[in-house]
Design a protein around this ligand. Structure first.
Ligand SMILES: Cc1cc2nc3c(=O)[nH]c(=O)nc-3n(C[C@H](O)[C@H](O)[C@H](O)COP(=O)(O)O)c2cc1C
Length: 199
């Protein structure tokens, strides 16, 4: 199984790097899947500029960064979306990237990891994102644990450093939700193969 961990913040000095290092560290404990980071900062796309919605456009000519993003999404079996909360929503760069999708991610499961420096943990951004992922045909899984005060939870290397009651829940929840994602990806792939082979 190939899983893309999508880093939704593109700003310099982002807290998202710590969250991403933590998630990738926990992903190493999950068997049977290869997790790679898909950093939107490496895919500087224009604001959505196509004359038609991707699903309705049969003559798309995406620019190289958009094509690279679409190909990476198409090659994956599942996704982990790391989203901060900007004004109660995911960052514009992440929403913009999703707007370019046609069917590349359709039918594949996704886990949302939201975070913020406040007590909300990006919960509203996570809910926003859930709707957009569904509209793009993905299957966002129900498990979610917004990472509140994420700047205090992790050090720059992604180690969990806060020693509150809440830290052990984060330490357990993240690998469990990654395992859940891989199990769903496997089951959905089996289902798809059975459907295409006409079983
Ligand atoms: C433009 C902007 C809007 C923000 N809006 C919210 C918000 O609505 N809710 C929240 O909990 N934190 C908000 N924050 C604080 C973020 O949680 C914090 O900056 C976090 O570090 C963002 O993640 P990043 O550093 O990976 O980009 C906002 C930050 C920025 C830059």
């Amino acid at each position: 199984m190939r899983i893309e961990v999508i880093l939704g913040s593109t700003r310099p000095g982002r807290l998202g790097d710590r969250v991403c290092r933590f998630v990738i560290g926990k992903a190493a404990l999950v068997n049977g899947a290869e997790f790679t980071v898909l950093d939107l900062a490496d895919h500087p796309m224009p604001f959505f500029d196509e004359p038609l919605a991707p699903l309705a456009n049969h003559d798309r000519r995406p620019s190289a960064p958009v094509r690279a993003w679409l190909e990476a999404m198409a090659a994956a079996d599942a996704y982990v979306f790391l989203t901060p909360e900007y004004n109660h929503a995911p960052p514009a760069a992440l929403k913009n990237a999703l707007d370019f999708l046609a069917t590349e991610a359709a039918g594949k499961p996704a886990t949302i990891v939201s975070y913020s420096t406040t007590a909300h943990g990006g919960a509203l951004a996570g809910q926003h994102l859930r709707l957009s992922l569904s509209k793009a045909g993905m299957l966002p899984l129900p498990r979610s644990l917004p990472l509140a005060h994420a700047h205090r939870l992790f050090d720059p290397t992604g180690e969990l450093v806060e020693r509150s009651d809440w830290a052990p829940r984060v330490a357990e929840f993240v690998p469990a939700s990654l395992r859940d994602l891989v199990e769903h990806a496997r089951a959905l792939k089996t289902l798809e193969e059975a459907t295409t082979s006409g079983m």
